[in-house]
Design a protein around this ligand. Structure first.
Ligand SMILES: Cc1cc2nc3c(=O)[nH]c(=O)nc-3n(C[C@H](O)[C@H](O)[C@H](O)COP(=O)(O)O)c2cc1C
Length: 183
C-alpha cells in the first residue's frame, strides 16, 4: 500500500522525450510504499495574472494533483541554458493565486537528461532558484546531471546497467528525503 504519493513533473512535451523515459524508468527503483504520477502540463494555458480568480479547469487539476502529493519529482531538459517555458508556465500556474501556492513545503528531487555533456546542469540550477523561492525543500545531493547515451536505458526501458547503481543510490537518498520532509 502506497504511503507516499509523488507528483512527477516532466519538463518536455516531446513524444519520445528522454526525460519522460528517465522519469518512467527511475520510479521503478523506488520502494513499494512510493507511488508516482506524471502530472499533465501540456494543456495549460499561458499564464496570465488576469485569470487568477477564474483559473482554467486544467490549472485547477494541476493544483489539486500537487496538493494531494506528499512529494515532487522534477525531470527536465535544458533549453537554451535554462528550463523549458512549459515547465516555468506550470510552476507559475500552481503558485497562484497569491497566498495559494500549491508547491509550498512539498519535498522535491530534481533530475535532468540532455544529449549535451553538461546534462542539464544549468537548467537544474535555475530550477533550484525557483523552487527555493516557492518554499520547496529540494534534495541537494547527490546531483544528477544525466548525459543521454545509447546505453542509458535497456531494451525494456529500465535504467541501463552502467547507470543503475548511481540512479538507485539517487532514488534511495530521495526516498529518505521525502520521508523526512513529508507533512
Ligand atoms: C529549444 C531547445 C533548446 C535546447 N537547449 C539546450 C541546452 O541549452 N543545453 C542542452 O544540453 N541541450 C539543449 N537542447 C537539446 C536537448 O537536450 C534535447 O533536445 C533533449 O532531447 C530534450 O529533452 P527531451 O528528449 O526530454 O525532450 C535544446 C533543445 C531545444 C529544442
Amino acid at each position: 500500500m502506497s504511503q507516499y504519493h509523488i507528483a512527477v513533473i516532466v519538463g518536455s512535451l516531446r513524444k519520445d522525450s528522454f526525460n519522460r523515459r528517465l522519469a518512467d524508468a527511475i520510479v521503478k527503483l523506488a520502494p513499494p510504499e512510493f507511488s508516482f504520477m506524471q502530472v499533465i502540463i501540456g494543456d495549460l494555458p499561458l499564464y496570465n495574472q488576469d485569470d487568477d480568480e477564474t483559473q482554467a479547469e486544467s490549472v485547477k487539476r494541476l493544483k489539486k494533483d500537487i496538493e494531494s502529493a506528499q512529494g515532487l519529482l522534477f525531470v527536465t531538459p535544458e533549453y537554451n541554458r535554462s528550463i523549458p517555458g512549459v515547465l516555468k508556465n506550470a510552476i507559475d500556474h500552481a503558485s497562484r493565486p497569491f497566498g495559494q501556492n500549491s508547491w509550498a513545503g512539498k519535498p522535491a528531487g530534481v533530475l535532468g537528461a540532455s544529449v549535451g555533456v553538461m546534462g542539464t546542469a544549468m537548467a537544474q540550477q535555475h530550477l533550484r532558484n525557483i523552487l527555493a523561492f516557492l518554499g520547496i525543500p529540494t534534495l541537494g545531493q547527490p546531483e544528477a546531471y544525466i548525459h543521454v547515451t545509447d546505453d542509458l536505458f535497456d531494451e525494456d526501458g529500465n535504467i541501463g546497467e552502467a547507470s543503475r547503481q548511481f540512479m538507485q543510490n539517487w532514488m534511495d537518498v530521495y526516498v529518505a528525503w521525502v520521508k523526512r520532509h513529508a507533512a
